[in-house]
Design a protein around this ligand. Sequence first.
Ligand code: CP
Ligand code: NVA
Length: 306
Amino acid sequence: MSIQHFLQFKDLSREELEHIFNRAGIIKKRYKTYLPYHPLIDRTLVMIFEKSSTRTRLSFEAGMQQLGGNAIYLNTRDSQLGRGEPVEDAAQVISRMSDLVMIRTFEQEIIERFAANSRVPVINGLTNEYHPCQILADIYTYIEQRGSIQGKTVAWIGDSNNVCNTWLQAAEVFDFNVHVSTPPGYEVEPERAGLFGEDHYEEFPDPMDAARNADLVTTDVWTSMGFERENDARRKAFADWIVDKEMMSVASKDALFMHCLPAHRGEEVDAAVIDGPQSAVWDEAENRLHVQKALMEYLLLGTIDT
Ligand code: CP
Ligand code: NVA
């Protein structure tokens, strides 16, 4: 039987993702009312980090503990991965000692090589190309606060990075539209985004046009982890790609603002927006915990019939 991994958003079908959202709601409510739910007693999650993290580490570690299991943190510096042990060998060993692995790394190819040699499900906790757990939480948050995302318009303002690519995949799975605006030279690369169906996105040279009538406006840092060398060039190129009140005023009246965080106020977003009434960023961050608990439950125990 093949192992179900979550290496990119489209690895799970719409039906499976809807099941996960449904379970996330149940698990969230149960947790908030102090009703224990420990289906993963004795199970171990290994979390491998080759880049920094606050939310991803915390939500996976807390989530696994709340489900009755335990989580072990490994980073490049303190493990043999940083000293050149082949990722295939690491996967063989780590997956014999654990039930689930979450990895945050650089190229998508690294996580794919790990998964190909793993006996247990592997979850992408962010690569240069994708951040599927983030978009799981974002869509869950949208549905929780506004209802179905099908047919809606998401405006992506800024870099066509890992988070943007994942929104584009999700648009194909859930049948919504993404209006993307990037500075020249930073456009979407459809192949890198792993797009597979008809286009669900449109590119706009002017970010105000992308935001017009959008149901959700979202952005991310100008420079992602691993690209710090490009910082100066990006600061110049992205100077007009900032989500401010004026931009939110052309979006739909009840549009939400989201940001995966960490954010840089005064760069990609103004404080008035991220700290303003349309911002859903704290619920979005919290929901990482609930959706990932449902994801781990699904990958280890779940069927879509439960
Ligand atoms: N959004 C997100 O993944 O945050 P961290 O980098 O803190 O994990
Ligand atoms: N695009 C950002 C997301 C951080 C959660 C990065 O890769 O650094």
